[in-house]
Structures are given as structure tokens and as C-alpha cells.
Write a protein that binds this ligand. Structure first.
Ligand SMILES: NC(=O)c1ccc[n+]([C@@H]2O[C@H](COP(=O)([O-])OP(=O)(O)OC[C@H]3O[C@@H](n4cnc5c(N)ncnc54)[C@H](OP(=O)(O)O)[C@@H]3O)[C@@H](O)[C@H]2O)c1
Length: 269
């Protein structure tokens, strides 16, 4: 945490020095990445975080919080033209459907040469769910896995070159406590299994890229009031994002391959 704070305050000081100049320039003058639907000009001086599914829910709150903390935020949305709240924060917005290889390839080409310090695989769905096995439409679970498990894998594979351009190399994927096999109390078969698969994928990547200094973690954001849940959930999106930011900003090499909740407590696999 202290290391990050020092890093950020150093970067922010440089930004403040250049703020007057930047304020005089238009977005076009300072150069905008091709294909981006831009709310505000990026600054090379800031550490950069990319957040998938940033147009609403926890992703939107994370985008806002990282932006407030001095990060250059790249938020992705399936429909950037409708991501009004995300653009209003003043971050870069790119189109991305994590189930569509062409969409992932397009983002990859748009971000060539752009270092990414943190990748936050946040996009996810509840997916098809029933309380009884006899009602389960197993074919529909394929989509749950495509989004919740394979989606993050596609994004990581595509953006590896960008991550390698940074010395931080943090990849945090939004899992769920429901992906814990040990804590499985039944129900939501597809969602639970898709998050367990995401956890397993994360563990594999943490092993493969350990020697290159990567830190791969899966996180549980708490029970959060979003379209995926209901009003009785424990946390607001802002509260969850604030806690998650703290956990993410404190990550170091020793955390590689771990599963944490929003307070930084380990969750059993
Ligand atoms: N809320 C909770 O209590 C809770 C608890 C544990 C874990 N989580 C996890 O936290 C993450 C965020 O959840 P949330 O509650 O904020 O959900 P949410 O409000 O429903 O938002 C989900 C986000 O994912 C995006 N998304 C869905 N499918 C996508 C795809 N194929 N490609 C790209 N983006 C896609 C959505 O975009 P569109 O607007 O285009 O649909 C939206 O931006 C998820 O991974 C979820 O599993 C949430």
C-alpha cells in the first residue's frame, strides 16, 4: 500500500505540474487512441487500469474510484454509446464483448503499445439458474461459462503484451464466494461452477507467469446491490469498490494465486 501511495503521489505531482498545460489543450491535440470513445484525455504519466464491464454495477464504481485515486482508467462496455455514466466520470471507453473473439481482437489491436499496470476482469453474469436439477437447461449454462470463465481468459491472453510493458503486472478477476467449492451450500449450479472454473484458470496462470513477476488473484466483492442481486444486499457498489481498491493496491508478489474477499481475507477454494 505504502509503495503504491508513494508511486501515485509522485505521479500526481508530475500531473499537477502539467495540469495547466493540459487544461489548455483539446482532446484532439493531446492524441487519443484510435477507436476509443473518449470521455477525457489519457495521461501517460498515470498508472493505467483496464476494467471490463465498467458501464454499470461494481465495474462502474471501480472505474470511478480508480479515476479518483489518480489512475488512467480504460473502461470497457458492450455498448459504449450507452455508457453515459462511465463517460461522465471522464475515462476512456472501449467496446468489448468478452465472449466475442473478434471484439477481443479489436480491443487488442486498439491498445497495441499501451502499457497496462492492472487488468480487472470484472464483467460477469448470473446466468441461467433454477432451484431444481430437473428444471435446469444445461445448454444455457454454456453461455455462463463463456462469460464468467472463458471471457476473462480471452482478455488476459489478448492483453498480455500490454501487461508485460508494465512492471506491476497485476491481474485481478472478479470471482465470487459462490465459486468456493468448500463453501458451496447448494443452488446456482452454473454460476458457482463458472466461478470455480475462473478460480482454477487464475491459479494456472499464476503458476505459469509467476517467474515473470505477475500477480494473479481472484476476488469476492461482497454481496453488492446491483442488477445481479437485490436491494437487501449488504454493500453499495461504492463501498465494495472502495474496499476492493484497497486490496488491489496492496497486492504484491506474495499474493500471486490467492482468492480474497473485499477485506483482503483469504477464501477457501
Ligand atoms: N453483485 C454481487 O453481489 C456480486 C457478488 C459476487 C461476485 N460478483 C461479480 O462481480 C462482477 C460484477 O457484477 P455486478 O454485480 O456489478 O453485475 P452487473 O451490475 O450485472 O454488471 C455486469 C457487467 O458485466 C458486463 N457484461 C456482461 N456480459 C458481458 C460480456 N459478454 N462482455 C462484456 N461485458 C459483459 C455487463 O455489461 P452489459 O451492461 O452490456 O450487460 C455489466 O457491465 C461479476 O463478475 C459478478 O459475477 C457480484
Amino acid at each position: 500500500m505504502k509503495r503504491w501511495k508513494r508511486h501515485l503521489s509522485g505521479r500526481l505531482s508530475k500531473m499537477l505540474l502539467g495540469a495547466t498545460t493540459l487544461a489548455c489543450l483539446t482532446i484532439g491535440q493531446v492524441g487519443v487512441a484510435t477507436g476509443a470513445d473518449v470521455g477525457q484525455t489519457p495521461s501517460d504519466q498515470k498508472p493505467t487500469v483496464l476494467i471490463t464491464g465498467a458501464n454499470r454495477g461494481i465495474g462502474l464504481a471501480l472505474a470511478e474510484h480508480f479515476h479518483q485515486q489518480g489512475f488512467a482508467v480504460i473502461g470497457t462496455a458492450r455498448k459504449p454509446e450507452e455508457a453515459i455514466e462511465l463517460k461522465d466520470i471522464g475515462v476512456e471507453v472501449y467496446r468489448l464483448d468478452i465472449t466475442d473473439p473478434e471484439s477481443v481482437a479489436s480491443l487488442k489491436s486498439e491498445l497495441v503499445g499501451r502499457p497496462l499496470d492492472i487488468l480487472l476482469n470484472n464483467a460477469g453474469i448470473g446466468g441461467h439458474s433454477t432451484s431444481q436439477l430437473k428444471d435446469l437447461d444445461i445448454e444455457r449454462l454454456k453461455n455462463t461459462f463463456d462469460v464468467n470463465s472463458l471471457g476473462a481468459l480471452r482478455v488476459v491472453q489478448a492483453l498480455m503484451p500490454n501487461m508485460k510493458m508494465s512492471s506491476r503486472r497485476i491481474v485481478a478477476s472478479m470471482s465470487s464466494r459462490m465459486g468456493s467449492i468448500q463453501q458451496n451450500t447448494g443452488g446456482a449450479i452454473g454460476y458457482r461452477a463458472s466461478k470455480s472454473a475462473l478460480n482454477s484458470i487464475n491459479k494456472s496462470l499464476s503458476n505459469e507467469f509467476s517467474e515473470q513477476g505477475f500477480v494473479f488473484v481472484v476476488l469476492h466483492p461482497g454481496w453488492v446491490r446491483t442488477a445481479m442481486t437485490n436491494d437487501s444486499a449488504t454493500y453499495s457498489t461504492e463501498e465494495s469498490a472502495r474496499h476492493l481498491y484497497r486490496v488491489i493496491s496492496e497486492l504484491s508478489k506474495k499474493d500471486n494465486g490467492q482468492f480474497y474477499d473485499l477485506h483482503g481475507n483469504s477464501i477457501a477454494w
